[in-house]
Design a protein around this ligand. Structure first.
Ligand SMILES: Cc1ncc(C[n+]2csc(CCOP(=O)(O)OP(=O)(O)O)c2C)c(N)n1
Ligand SMILES: [Mg+2]
Length: 584
């Protein structure tokens, strides 16, 4: 059989180091899937087809693989609805900078523009969630488009989409594909004038604080050494946490809606604040130019000054920027501000975050307790995926980073249901590491079909469900915004029974005393396992830096609930939350 366009595409992917494609077969995609089949699978140097149950999960799985390994990952959807299902996961991948290539197969080329069955225009639809998005119209064009797509995804970081009509994929290949040799990531060295101006500002400032984001990955020791030199406490964003919070005597916690500790105070009390590799989006939590002189260091120039007014922008990677800055900044001998902020952080941790865990007998199980037990039971190098929702909060506050664990979420796109499909990509990337989801019951039910994918491939993923029978984060939003909660609660579901029916080793835990044993059994199990933890729906977390207005909104919601006759629930809610509202 002559080599087809589909064969050529698959050969290009193999050359780029791709081992599997996540997707669902169908019509116009079939020539590609058949080319995958004919490679004989990854064991024979080819590509495995990973049959997910929803294309959105294919994109999330590919994205998690790409985020964890830095390598190109691929997902695919058939024409129309098939590739349309990819879109939410692709948004998440693109915003996370994950090198993902999506194959969006297209209706027969001759029918394009005729409102044909399943007709959409992927080259228009995917523009916003990709760096590159092109329709292949001839066999000769295909290898160049595929090569470009791979370069865009891997070189720029983010999604590239190849839209390929089924009839073109079946054609005989024309010409040879360009040779693909991967490149490493370049280093961005900042300009000397910007560095000198920032160094002068640091030397002028009496007190400095650092707010670190995902851009500090790989610079743990250097950031701490620099902060020591300028006596700066280090706060961090959620995405920065896993890179900077561990083994860090200058840590003052996290700010933002999920925040805790003294980070908020630290970055609001300093004369100069350095935003270090962070595009943290909530300006309410950032100081403004009236409160402090603000500096920002980022490898992506488009991040500079877009959240708050920045006096000293520096375009560069964190490591070379700190290397250039260090000889220019004088060591600060007055450590009063640093010591005070760190001491305040420790006090807050023991008096507030610490108290959350003092709930080992409460039924329904307090989610903070569940998260803290999970943290203790987790392997040192576990990969933890958390659903958007309250699981994010528990992951941020209770899962202890140590430089070896990896944390994944839908941190920038904020989609529900990410944790389970991300765990699939993570387990394929690291078959021997413990991969654990922190799933919301809402999140799990949204892409529950992926339990079947986990079972199909016998992936030893551990699914921990925080089953509060409600869309908890939205329940909290409604309270804070002054709406009585509505449309959030769902009837109780026994997810352990569901998982058991699929052949997954599953346990349901209602008694807090049984939680540790159940988690340990699940983690020791050689295969997929699910722990359905029935948690308190009224345990809501409030941000550490909650404003008076937000508290007012909270009380307003309470009184509306009382007026509507929901007194019992309101009283319980207050009791549940008393632990969460520092100083209230
Ligand atoms: C796809 C999608 N739909 C809706 C939302 C809005 N939303 C954010 S969190 C959330 C509730 C999540 O509920 P659950 O998974 O049960 O987690 P919980 O907060 O209860 O722990 C909703 C509806 C979203 N972020 N993404
Ligand atoms: Mg829930």
């Amino acid at each position: 059989m002559a080599k087809t366009v589909a064969d050529q595409l698959i050969a290009q992917l193999i050359e780029a180091g791709v081992h599997r494609i996540y997707g669902i077969v169908g019509d116009s995609l079939n020539p590609i899937v058949d080319a995958v089949r004919r490679t004989g699978g990854s064991a024979k140097g080819g590509i495995d087809w990973i049959h997910v149950r929803h294309e959105e999960a294919a994109a999330f799985a590919a994205s998690a693989y790409a985020q964890l390994t830095g390598e190109l990952a691929v997902c695919a959807g058939s024409c129309g609805p098939g590739n349309l299902h990819l879109i939410n996961g692709l948004y998440d991948a693109h915003r996370s900078g994950a090198p993902v290539l999506a194959i969006a197969s297209q209706i027969p080329s001759v029918e394009i523009g005729s409102s044909y069955f399943q007709e959409t225009h992927p080259e228009r639809l995917f523009v916003e969630c990709s760096n590159y998005c092109e329709l292949v119209s001839t066999a000769a064009q295909a290898p160049r488009v595929v090569n470009s797509a791979i370069r865009h995804a891997t070189g720029l970081g983010g999604v590239a989409v190849v839209a390929l009509p089924g009839d073109i994929a079946e054609l005989e290949a024309v010409g040879t594909a360009p040779l693909f040799t991967p490149t490493g990531r370049p280093t961005i060295v900042p300009d000397a004038a910007g560095v000198a101006a920032l160094a002068a500002a640091i030397n002028d400032a009496k007190t400095v604080a650092i707010f670190a984001g995902a851009g500090v990955e790989g610079a743990h020791d250097e950031v701490i050494a620099f902060a020591e030199r300028i006596a700066a406490p280090i706060g961090h964003s959620l995405r920065g946490k896993q890179w900077i919070q561990y083994d860090n005597p200058l840590d003052v916690g996290m700010t933002g809606l999920l925040g805790y500790g003294a980070a908020h105070a630290g970055i609001h009390d300093a004369d100069l604040v350095i935003l270090l590799g962070t595009d943290f989006p909530y300006e309410q939590f950032l100081p403004d130019a009236k409160e402090a002189v603000i500096a920002q260091i980022d490898a992506d120039a488009s991040h500079l000054g877009r959240r708050t007014s920045v006096a000293h922008p520096v375009h560069g990677d964190v490591l070379p920027t700190l290397a250039a800055l260090t000889p220019l900044v004088a060591e600060k001998t007055d450590r009063g501000f640093l010591d005070k902020t760190v001491a305040r952080h420790h006090k807050l941790l023991t008096s507030v975050v610490g108290k959350y865990t003092d709930v080992d007998t409460l039924t329904p199980i307090h989610p903070e307790y569940a998260a803290s037990v999970l943290d203790e039971v987790l392997a040192d190098d576990a990969i933890i995926t958390a659903d958007t929702g309250m699981s994010n909060v528990w992951q941020a506050r209770y899962i202890t980073p140590n430089g070896k664990r990896r944390i994944i979420g839908s941190f920038l796109h904020g989609s529900m249901a990410n944790a389970l499909p991300q765990s699939i990509g993570a387990q394929f990337a690291y078959p021997d590491r413990q991969v654990v989801t922190m799933s919301g019951d809402g999140g799990l039910s949204m892409l529950m079909g992926e339990l079947l994918t986990v079972m199909t491939y016998r992936l030893p993923v551990k699914i921990v469900v925080f089953n509060n029978s409600t869309l908890g984060l939205v329940k909290l939003e409604m309270f804070v915004d002054g709406y009585p909660d509505f449309g959030v609660d769902v009837p109780s579901v026994d997810y352990a029974a569901v998982a058991n029916a699929l052949g997954i080793f599953a346990q349901r835990v209602e008694d807090p005393q049984e939680l540790r044993g159940a988690l340990e059994r699940a983690f020791a199990h050689n295969g997929p396992a699910l722990v359905d933890v029935v948690t308190d729906p009224l345990a809501l977390s409030l941000p550490a830096a909650i404003s008076l207005d937000q508290v007012k909104g909270f009380s307003l919601a309470m009184s509306k609930l009382v007026l509507n006759g929901g007194v019992g629930e309101a009283v319980q809610m207050v009791r549940s939350n008393i632990r969460h509202v520092p100083g209230l």
